[in-house]
Write a protein that binds this ligand. Structure first.
Ligand SMILES: CC(C)(COP(=O)(O)OP(=O)(O)OC[C@H]1O[C@@H](n2cnc3c(N)ncnc32)[C@H](O)[C@@H]1OP(=O)(O)O)[C@@H](O)C(=O)NCCC(=O)NCCS
Length: 166
């Protein structure tokens, strides 16, 4: 299993995370959601000021993975309605399928366990077969299907997946 360096994102690194998100989203979501929805959601979720503010919140975490000097992925987690939620997990397209997602998930689920949460949850687009396959491999199963209106006429059509810690 390769080793990747995982460390928390600091405020000056926020633009690099947003740029990495854009590269990953473009590759992952074309064909699943429209370009307009990609642009809307990136603007909503990766606004630099908002991400910097999130870094100050004790119940939110933003971790990044490096392969040597190269930033190759990130994971965001938060406590949502009392549950530990993996809110974002993105690996650069050139570095996928090398175990980086697996390493980030191991890192963030170790934190959830340490904090005493009985499970970790996440939302994934129902058509995102690659991510669903990865999450199954990481031990997540589908808890329920949800549809959320996120504004501007856009809908998120997701599965909520959970991984129970024993
Ligand atoms: C989904 C994602 C986070 C997985 O991370 P990764 O580092 O590429 O995946 P890993 O190397 O940890 O692979 C774990 C397992 O996932 C599955 N998997 C990953 N990519 C896959 C693909 N393209 N097709 C089928 N299965 C895949 C496999 O079971 C893989 O194990 P294996 O390589 O031993 O067969 C990453 O591919 C990604 O960033 N995708 C685009 C963005 C995205 O959809 N994020 C999730 C949003 S909810």
């Amino acid at each position: 299993m390769p080793e990747f360096d995982i460390r928390p994102v600091t405020p000056p690194e926020v633009p690099a995370i947003a740029a990495l998100a854009r590269e990953s989203w473009q590759a992952a979501y074309i064909g699943i959601i429209t370009q307009a929805q990609i642009d809307f959601m990136l603007a909503q979720r990766y606004d630099h000021q908002r991400l910097r503010a999130d870094l100050e919140v004790p119940d939110k975490w933003l971790d990044q993975a490096f392969d040597g000097e190269r930033r190759v992925g990130f994971a965001a987690c938060e406590i949502c309605k009392g549950e530990y939620k993996l809110d974002k997990l993105y690996i650069h397209p050139d570095f996928q399928r090398q175990g980086i997602g697996s390493a980030l998930v191991a890192h963030v689920t170790a934190r959830a366990r340490k904090l005493g949460y009985p499970c970790a949850i996440l939302a994934v687009n129902k058509q995102n077969a690659q991510a669903i396959a990865a999450y199954r491999k990481y031990g997540f199963t589908v808890r329920e299907a949800v549809t959320n209106d996120i504004g501007n006429g856009f809908i998120m059509d997701d599965y909520i997946m959970e991984r129970l810690f024993s």
